[in-house]
Design a protein around this ligand. Structure first.
Ligand SMILES: Cc1ncc(COP(=O)(O)O)c(C=O)c1O
Length: 493
C-alpha cells in the first residue's frame, strides 16, 4: 500500500499499541480554533466537531481530560475546606493534602527522567530553576570560571548565564564560551565538535550547559557521552530538558548528570507556564548531620544554595526556627510552597504517563517522525520534479537517534506567512520561528499517522499556495477525503 494515503496511515494507527492514550486528551476542534470566543459548543470537551491536526506539543502540549476534573477537586477542596485543605485527607479526592503535593508527583516524574525520586523536585519554572542551580553549581574561581553553552541556546538560558557571570563580576565576553555551528547552512552541532570546544577550554571552564534537545533544530545531543567527557575534564554539567522531558528517554542518574532543569508545558502537557522540574544528582544532595558546635554553628553540612523554607525538613518546617535543615536531594532546593493549581495539573499529566512508559512512547515516536520525514522527502522530490526546486528542506538530524519528536523545516524565503496562513485555515497547528522555519512535532501520546498524513497533505497545498502568492497565482482549496477512497495526496483536491 502506498505510504502517502489515508488508508495506509489508518492501517498503521490500527497497529499502534498505545493509540488509546489519544482519547485521554482534549484535541481542539477546527471550529474552536477558528472561533473568536471560548463559548463554542465543543470547547473543553473532546470529540465534538471536526478535530484539528495539532502538531505543536513542542511548544504547548494538549490538555489531558483529567486536568479539568482534578482542578474541580482542587477548587472544591479550597472552597469547602479552606486552610484545612493543607493537611486533611479528603476521601473522595484523587489529590493529597496540599502540604504534600510536591512529594506526590515526584516518583512519577522521577520515572520519566530515570532518576531516584529524591533527586527530583517539582518547583518554580525552568529559568528560575536554572538560576537556582547555577547559584549552587557555578562557583567560579581564578582557574575555572568559564561557562560553555551553545551560541543559539534558548535566549532565556543565554540571559541566565550572562547574568551569573556578571553577578560574579566577570566579563561575559571572556567567560561565556559560545558553541557556534561550523557553517551557517548546517546548524547541527556534532558531538566531536562540541568535545573539541570543551578541550579548548578544559583548563578554565567551570560549567557546560546544553539542551537535551535543541529547541530550533530538534537535535538530541549525546547526553551521556558529553556529560562524561566534560566531567572528565573537570567541568560540572547541567542540562536544559525543556524539549527532551517526556519526549525522549533520558537516564539522569545513570548518566551521572550534575543537574538538570525542565518545564512541564511541552511534552508533559501540564499547561502554559506550569511549575517546572529540576534534578540534582544524589551526590550533590547529601546532608550530613553532626553535633552542634559550641558557638551555635549549623548542625548540617550541605551543598551551598539559595534557600527557602520549603527546602527545609518537613519535621521542623513549622517550628519557625532559624536553622536551615535541608531535605536531602532535590527537594532541599525548594524556596516557596508550591502552587497547588500547578501541581494538580502535573498530577493529571503523571496519571497519563503512568499508563505507559518512555520506551513505548519512544518506539511510537520514532515511527511517527520517520513517517513524517518520508512523506516530506517524497513531497520535496515531487516539487523538484515539477518546479525544479523544493519549497523547503529538513533541518533536523536525519539519524532518528539524534532527534526527538520534532522536525524543523526551513522554507524558501518569502513563503512562511502564506504557508502558516494556509495551515491555520486548514486547522493544522504547528509553530513558526521567523524568518523561515516551521517546527512540526508529532507527540506520541496523542498524535497518530493520520495527523501526519493530514499535515503533509495540507502542507503540500500550502507550499503551492505560497509559491502562487509569490508569483501572483492562486491555488485552489484542498479537501481531504475522510479516507473513503484510497487516494494518494496528489489526487486529493
Ligand atoms: C529550551 C528552552 N529553555 C528555556 C525555556 C524557558 O522556559 P520558562 O519560560 O519556563 O522559564 C524554554 C521555553 O520554551 C525553552 O524552550
Amino acid at each position: 500500500m502506498q505510504a502517502n494515503t489515508m488508508d495506509y496511515a489508518r492501517q498503521q494507527d490500527g497497529q499502534d499499541e498505545i493509540r488509546h492514550l489519544r482519547n485521554l486528551f482534549v484535541i481542539p476542534s477546527k471550529a474552536d480554533l477558528a472561533s473568536k470566543t471560548i463559548q463554542t459548543p465543543s470547547s473543553g470537551q473532546s470529540g465534538a466537531g471536526e478535530r484539528s491536526v495539532y502538531l505543536c506539543g513542542n511548544s504547548l502540549g494538549l490538555q489531558p481530560s483529567l486536568t479539568r476534573s482534578y482542578f474541580e477537586q482542587y477548587l472544591n477542596t479550597w472552597a469547602s475546606k479552606g486552610v484545612y485543605g493543607h493537611f486533611k485527607d479528603i476521601e473522595d479526592s484523587n489529590l493529597v493534602p496540599w502540604l504534600h503535593v510536591d512529594d506526590d508527583v515526584k516518583d512519577d516524574m522521577a520515572n520519566i527522567v530515570e532518576a531516584l525520586p529524591s533527586e527530583v523536585v517539582i518547583m518554580q519554572t525552568l529559568t528560575a530553576n536554572l538560576h537556582l542551580m547555577m547559584a549552587s553549581f557555578y562557583r567560579p574561581n581564578r582557574e575555572r570560571y568559564k561557562i560553555i553553552l551553545e551560541g543559539k541556546a534558548f535566549p532565556s538560558d543565554h540571559y541566565a548565564v550572562d547574568s551569573h557571570i556578571r553577578h560574579h563580576e566577570l566579563d561575559p565576553a571572556d567567560a561565556m564560551i559560545l558553541i557556534e555551528p561550523k557553517s551557517k547552512d548546517n546548524p547541527i552541532l556534532s558531538t566531536e565538535y562540541i568535545k573539541s570546544i570543551i578541550d579548548k577550554h578544559a583548563s578554565d571552564a567551570a560549567l557546560l550547559l546544553l539542551p537535551g534537545i535543541q529547541f530550533y533544530t530538534g537535535q538530541f545531543f549525546d547526553m551521556p557521552g558529553l556529560t562524561a567527557y566534560a566531567q572528565n575534564k573537570g567541568l560540572t554539567v547541567g542540562w536544559d530538558l525543556a524539549h527532551a522531558v517526556g519526549n525522549v528517554p533520558v537516564q539522569l542518574h545513570e548518566w551521572n548528570v550534575d543537574f538538570a532543569v525542565w518545564c512541564t508545558y511541552k511534552y508533559l502537557n501540564c499547561g502554559p507556564g506550569c511549575i517546572g522540574g529540576a534534578f540534582v544528582h544524589e551526590r550533590h544532595g547529601e546532608v550530613i548531620e553532626r553535633a552542634a558546635g559550641p558557638h551555635g554553628e549549623s548542625r548540617f553540612e550541605y551543598r551551598n544554595r539559595l534557600s527557602g523554607w520549603w527546602g527545609s525538613s518537613k519535621a521542623s518546617r513549622f517550628a519557625m526556627e532559624n536553622e536551615f535543615h535541608p531535605i536531602p536531594g532535590g527537594a532541599g532546593f525548594q524556596l516557596s510552597n508550591p502552587s497547588v493549581a500547578d501541581t494538580t495539573a502535573v498530577k493529571a499529566s503523571m496519571d497519563i504517563f503512568k499508563q505507559t512508559n518512555m520506551q513505548a512512547l519512544r518506539k511510537k515516536s520514532l515511527k511517527l517522525t520517520k513517517y513524517l520525514e518520508d512523506l516530506l522527502d517524497e513531497l520535496a522530490k515531487e516539487q523538484e520534479k515539477t518546479t525544479g526546486d523544493a519549497c523547503f528542506s529538513i533541518m533536523s538530524p536525519r539519524d532518528p537517534q539524534e532527534r526527538g519528536a520534532q522536525l524543523s523545516l526551513l522554507l524558501k524565503p518569502g513563503l512562511l506567512d502564506t504557508v502558516m496562513h494556509e495551515l491555520e485555515e486548514a486547522g493544522v497547528v504547528v509553530d513558526e520561528r521567523r524568518p523561515d522555519v516551521i517546527r512540526v512535532a508529532p507527540a506520541p501520546l496523542y498524535n497518530n499517522h493520520e495527523d501526519v498524513f493530514l499535515f503533509a497533505t495540507h502542507f503540500r497545498h500550502a507550499c503551492e499556495a505560497a509559491k502562487g502568492a509569490k508569483s501572483g497565482a492562486k491555488a485552489s482549496a484542498v479537501m481531504v477525503d475522510g479516507g473513503k477512497e484510497d487516494k494518494g495526496w496528489s489526487e486529493i483536491k
